[in-house]
Write a protein that binds this ligand. Structure first.
Ligand SMILES: Cc1cc2nc3c(=O)[nH]c(=O)nc-3n(C[C@H](O)[C@H](O)[C@H](O)COP(=O)(O)OP(=O)(O)OC[C@H]3O[C@@H](n4cnc5c(N)ncnc54)[C@H](O)[C@@H]3O)c2cc1C
Ligand SMILES: *[C@@H]1O[C@H](CO)[C@@H](O)[C@H](O)[C@H]1NC(C)=O
Ligand SMILES: *[C@@H]1O[C@H](CO)[C@@H](O)[C@H](O)[C@H]1NC(C)=O
Ligand SMILES: *[C@@H]1O[C@H](CO)[C@@H](O)[C@H](O)[C@H]1NC(C)=O
Length: 573
């Protein structure tokens, strides 16, 4: 630790009010902070940096670099029928009240929330590729209502819910002292006993709690599939608990990204959109007093041809926050910038297909009688004797993870009522699949590029049952195999990372939590507070944790192969 920081520390330590330290304030240089990525994590980091720095009178200047033209990252909307202000969520669609950062933000920024999935009453069904194993008639077809009644499963839903609540309660300790802020998520996960839950599969965790009956197969697994595209033997216990915690689901009217746009706006950061960070380099400090390194960043205009060189950004940064999964970021760094390489972790590849149609799901597709009432929203699980597989093959006989109604709209041309559906699947949705699902011929032109202009042969009148569609492919979240260590938020002196939390829990809220954590660590570092030993670190236990992680990683080597590659055509990300 450097002298100037120590003296600052003494000052803020001895006097609880920063005002008493006014003398040292005057000489404080403005701290330059770069944030790479304006998703939930980067936006929250910016917002909380501004907040904490203002509270503690630390002058900061924040610059955000964002590759795309929008703020929100994986939280984004698209407009149905391409009509402005007719948005549906393409990425992260819901959050819940215990998501304190997001929920508080909606209040503080006066953003109206909606109860999604209530446009009209409908039936929610769980399909196993052969038949419906569960249906629920309700006022809302939102999949998050799945755990609502369920008398047919005896006491299992009750005890599962209790287990979920206990787990979430433990997790929430991460928001408060002495667990907040944290330099190491592995350490905190151990101290809170959460590695016992992340270190086993959902199936094992439920079995340990005697909850591995039909309820977990039909309902809990349905939730892990729609939330994390995973079957119970291939997702850890904590991911399973989070997938079962959608009570009181809500969304921001107009799009959840509005939370993050507000956070960025209120952070007073300089925002550089369409700006891809290509490299980070370190240069020795020319300030002998602090001795801390400075970082230089090179950026390139997104979409610029390969032969265009990245340009050095004119500001040198005291701190850099990498707020995006490093393995997909395309950022180069010198060997001395990140002493220990950031772990590459396996990510799911998920196709998300939105489309509008006046048709509803066909009874024949689901082996139902022609006149049968077909669920409005369909979730899936495995057949009773079907082997659970990881990754791409995880969808099993059903072939997809979910096909749910997201909105009821009026077609602007025909004025007909139309349904907007969302399909989560491991493969691209084909016209052939949609023809069967809707029970009507969906022409091949379904997959044409909508911007390509005129379609079909002259004079050939094709009644297109799909009036609008939007296919996308994501690396939405990691394949959450059991693990007991997580990438630390501190990569080097003044270099921070948020995405390590994704293999622990991947939600907008947890990314925002990591952004808030990193903000606190940065401001406290300026104040000379190190948090090195807040709760008392058990070195022996940490070594054991590392050993166990190696064992788990070894076991998963086989299944993990083929995952964790960037998606080539992920232009929408
Ligand atoms: C289909 C789908 C459904 C989901 N459903 C939910 C849900 O219902 N609820 C929920 O809470 N979560 C959900 N999630 C997960 C949630 O979206 C993520 O966990 C969360 O948004 C991650 O936020 P982040 O800021 O960490 O990363 P991101 O949102 O990915 O943000 C990273 C940002 O960094 C930018 N970037 C990357 N590389 C560079 C570079 N080199 N230079 C500059 N910028 C760069 C990216 O463009 C991006 O904007 C879902 C995700 C998907 C895809
Ligand atoms: C803050 O950073 C921006 C660049 O992102 C720069 O233009 C501006 O001069 C900086 N302001 C201060 C006070 O350092
Ligand atoms: C970003 O790029 C998009 C598409 O190329 C363009 O429409 C938009 O105006 C750009 N925005 C900024 C701020 O440069
Ligand atoms: C949310 O708001 C409550 C009430 O104002 C406050 O006590 C709490 O600290 C806030 N939590 C977060 C994470 O912002």
């Amino acid at each position: 630790m450097h002298l100037s920081r120590l003296s600052l520390f003494a000052c803020s330590f001895l006097f609880s009010s920063v005002a008493n330290c006014a003398d040292s304030d005057a000489s404080r240089p403005v701290k330059q902070i770069a944030i790479i990525g304006a998703g939930a994590a980067g936006s929250s980091a910016a917002y909380h940096l501004h907040k904490y720095a203002s509270e503690d009178d630390v002058p900061v200047n924040i610059t955000i670099f964002e590759k795309t033209a929008h703020i929100g990252g994986r939280t984004l909307t698209v407009n149905v029928h391409d009509i402005p202000n007719n948005p549906v969520e393409l990425g992260a669609s819901i959050f819940v009240e215990v998501n304190h950062i997001l929920f508080n933000a909606t209040k503080e920024f006066a953003l109206p929330t909606t109860d999604p999935g209530t446009d009209e009453a409908g039936v929610l069904g769980v399909w196993d590729g052969q038949s419906f194993v569960y249906t629920q008639d309700s006022e809302s077809w939102g999949w998050w209502n799945i755990a609502k009644l369920l008398w047919q499963y005896g006491t299992a839903p009750y005890y599962t819910r209790k287990l979920v609540h206990e787990t979430i309660g433990t997790f929430l300790k991460l928001y408060e002292a002495p667990y907040f802020p944290f330099r190491s998520l592995s350490t905190r996960a151990y101290q809170l006993g959460l590695v016992k839950i992340t270190g086993v599969t959902g199936l094992q965790w439920l079995a340990q709690n005697k909850l591995d009956g039909p309820f977990s197969h039909h309902i809990v697994q349905t939730s892990t599939r729609v939330n994390y595209a995973s079957n119970l033997p291939y997702i850890h216990g904590l991911g399973t608990m989070v997938a079962m915690a959608p009570e009181g689901a809500m969304a921001v009217a107009g799009g959840n990204w509005r939370i993050f746009a507000q956070m960025v706006y209120r952070s007073r950061a300089h925002v550089s959109l369409n700006s891809t960070v290509a490299s980070i380099t370190k240069k020795p400090s020319n300030d002998p007093e602090s001795g801390s390194p400075k970082y230089s960043i090179k950026t390139k205009r997104t979409g610029a041809p390969d032969d265009v060189e990245a340009e050095a950004y004119p500001v040198s940064f005291d701190d850099v926050v990498i707020a995006t999964p490093y393995q997909f970021s395309g950022i180069d760094h010198d060997a001395d910038v990140i002493p220990h390489p950031v772990d590459s972790i396996p990510y799911v590849t998920l196709h998300v297909t939105l489309f509008a149609t006046s048709y509803q799901f066909s009874p024949a597709f689901f082996n139902l009688e022609p006149a049968a009432k077909v669920p409005t929203s369909v979730l899936t699980t495995l057949g009773q004797d079907e082997e659970a597989k990881p990754g791409h093959d995880g969808a099993g006989n059903a072939g997809f993870f979910s096909a749910t109604l997201v909105k009821v709209v009026t077609n602007p041309k025909t004025h007909n009522k139309e349904y907007v559906y969302k399909i989560f699947s491991p493969d691209k949705v084909t016209p052939e699949f949609l023809s069967r699902l809707l029970g009507v011929q969906v022409p091949e032109t379904f997959t044409r590029d909508p911007s390509a202009g005129a379609d079909g042969e002259e004079g050939e009148a094709v009644l297109d049952p799909i009036s609008w569609y939007y296919p996308a492919v994501f690396n939405p979240y990691p394949q959450k195999y059991p693990r007991v260590t997580f990438q630390d938020p501190i990569l080097g002196d003044g270099l921070y990372y948020t995405s390590g939390i994704e293999s622990f829990i991947s939600t907008m809220e947890t990314s925002a939590l990591m952004g808030m954590n990193v903000a606190r660590l940065i401001v406290d570092d300026y104040l000379g507070i190190s948090h090195v030993d807040d709760v008392g670190v058990d070195e022996e236990a940490l070594r054991e944790q590392d050993r166990l992680q190696n064992v788990l990683a070894g076991q998963q080597q086989k299944t993990a192969e083929g995952y964790g590659r960037p998606v080539e055509d992920a232009g929408e990300l």
